[in-house]
Write a protein that binds this ligand. Structure first.
Ligand SMILES: Cc1cc2nc3c(=O)[nH]c(=O)nc-3n(C[C@H](O)[C@H](O)[C@H](O)COP(=O)(O)OP(=O)(O)OC[C@H]3O[C@@H](n4cnc5c(N)ncnc54)[C@H](O)[C@@H]3O)c2cc1C
Length: 306
């Protein structure tokens, strides 16, 4: 099959683009290198803007079951700053969000293929896969997040992208911690990084760090040793983690190109989500940018062609 639109990547950007394109009557194929149901590195904070955009994409946000968040708290050693969020948000695992969006794309009529890793894009419309296959499409939606394909490198990537590492794990929180974090996104700031804690839909705690790669290297590459090293700078974070029980292991991502913004593209190639722009982690707008850029690209494609 030669799809009219080939969406590479099934995160929020790729899924929302596929939903919009398929609903608009375009023959759409979405491919992702991972299997459905993985839990990517993410702070799990879904902002009011992101929720509004999801509703506009036809997603029932109440049915997501996210943990309501109305307060933000910054903790620096013993010092604390707390304020009401201007608009309510939710804590939600990315596994849950991504699965709901992929299902919506399927229901809209898009074809989905998992375990297919795109290797390179050439001539803007031909994609080569790791399994040796090629797909030529009328238009390509590049939604591979922070990761690049050959031929699609972001200029300045190595300069931008080497300094920070993202780490994520879920924990079953201790009772006191769960009570203290109810309704709150809590950010712990320390030298060269920060960690976010938020309760998610299943009552587990999402722990996510954005930290200088050097700090992880100094801890021998072990996130657990890094956390132990942070205990003096962020004692409350250490206390919360010590009271929790890990649910699964760490996920990680390196070379995050913070500050990247796409300024140009090729005819027929639409960069969306983190392929369009990368904002600071846990600012709560990455998912919103992903959905907004995907909606804009799909609308442009449906209305204007490649
Ligand atoms: C540490 C950290 C914390 C964050 N916290 C938050 C937060 O709390 N709230 C928020 O709104 N944003 C947060 N963000 C940002 C947010 O995660 C991203 O902005 C958002 O995920 C971008 O969506 P996307 O669909 O563009 O990319 P992604 O979500 O990264 O999805 C990309 C998809 O493409 C697939 N893929 C990649 N390469 C290939 C390939 N070669 N072939 C096929 N498939 C491929 C991947 O498997 C993945 O499914 C955080 C980011 C980091 C790093």
């Amino acid at each position: 099959m030669k799809p009219q639109a080939l969406v590479i990547g099934g995160g929020p950007a790729g899924s929302v683009a596929a939903i919009r394109l398929a609903r608009g009557g375009m023959q759409t194929l979405l491919v992702d290198k991972k299997q459905e149901g993985h839990d990517p590195v993410c702070g799990g904070f879904v902002s009011a803007d992101a929720l509004r955009l999801l509703r506009r994409a036809g997603i029932d946000t109440d049915a997501l079951g996210g943990h309501p968040v109305h307060t933000m708290r910054f903790q620096v050693g013993p010092r604390r700053l707390e304020a009401a969020l201007p608009f309510p948000a939710i804590g939600l695992s990315r596994c849950r969000l991504d699965m709901v969006l992929l299902q919506a794309a399927r229901e809209a009529g898009a074809e989905l293929a998992f375990g297919r890793s795109a290797r390179s894009v050439s001539g803007a419309r031909t994609v080569a896969f790791a399994d040796g296959g090629n797909i030529i499409a009328d238009a390509i939606i590049l939604a591979t997040g922070k990761l690049n394909l050959r031929g699609m490198e972001r200029p300045g990537e190595s300069a931008h992208g080497s300094a920070k590492v993202g780490l994520r794990m879920a924990l079953k929180p201790g009772a006191a911690c769960a009570a203290d974090l109810a309704g709150t996104i809590e950010l712990h700031l320390f030298a060269d990084g920060y960690a976010g804690l938020v309760l998610q839909e299943d009552g587990n705690l999402n722990l996510c760090l954005s930290v200088g790669a050097r700090r992880l290297r100094d801890a021998g590459g072990s996130p657990d040793r890094l956390l132990a090293a942070l205990a003096r700078e962020a004692p409350l974070l250490a206390e919360r983690i010590a009271a929790g029980r890990p649910r699964g292991g760490w996920s990680s991502i390196a070379r995050i190109p913070y500050g990247w913004r796409a300024k140009e593209t090729l005819p027929g190639l639409f960069r969306v989500g983190d392929q369009a722009a990368v904002i600071a982690s846990l600012a709560g707008d990455g998912i919103g940018i992903a959905i907004a850029s995907a909606t804009a690209a799909a609308t442009a494609l449906l209305e204007g062609g490649p």
